[in-house]
Design a protein around this ligand. Structure first.
Ligand SMILES: [Cu+2]
Length: 181
């Protein structure tokens, strides 16, 4: 009886034939991620207070080859866009841009008062010290898109900007919470 049950198990060769394609698929996925030509340093997301609907992600993007940042998504926000902020007369305004050029070898700074990744429709507050997973969509010169997964720390102020960054926003009466389309 016992011997019959053992015989009913699939032979080892059948098992390995089944798992080999899965393993190959997993390796392929890892290789795809490693192909991302863009690194992000000093990344941070500005902490929010309860009720705040939006915030910005900042950091320094450096591409090995000419690339563009064409989009982003995050499980913590309903909408994520690439934004540009600049002075128009006396008013600081921001708008969504379809893409942000990342020229080869050139550090592109996303910082308060300039380019940023905007997280809108926040599903929950983002307290100082937490972190936000972000999927950045990068397009290379051949229009091939890859995603770059980053986990970004949430801070009250950025590493380089310090209190100046926060003061800057206050001086202009601009907060990401005011953002409207
Ligand atoms: Cu914005």
């Amino acid at each position: 009886m016992t011997q019959r049950r053992l015989a009913a198990l699939p032979p080892l060769s059948a098992l390995s034939a089944f798992s080999a394609p899965l393993l190959a698929a997993a390796l392929f996925t890892l290789a795809g991620g490693a192909h991302a030509q863009v690194t992000v340093s000093n990344a941070w997301v500005r902490a929010t207070v309860p009720g705040q609907q939006a915030t910005g992600m900042f950091g320094t993007f450096t591409a090995k080859q000419d690339s563009t940042l064409v989009g982003a998504s995050s499980p913590v926000a309903h909408t994520v866009e690439v934004h540009e902020m600049k002075m128009e007369g006396d008013v600081m305004r921001m708008r969504a841009i379809p893409s942000l050029a990342l020229p080869a070898g050139q550090a592109v700074a996303l910082k308060p008062g300039s380019y940023h990744v905007m997280l809108m429709g926040l599903k929950k507050p983002l307290p100082d010290g937490s972190s936000v997973p972000l999927k950045l969509v990068i397009e290379d010169a051949q229009k091939k898109q890859t995603t770059l997964d980053v986990k970004v720390p949430v801070k009250k102020a950025g590493p380089a900007q310090g209190t100046d960054g926060a003061g800057h926003d206050h001086a202009h009466g601009h907060g990401h919470g005011d953002h409207q389309h």
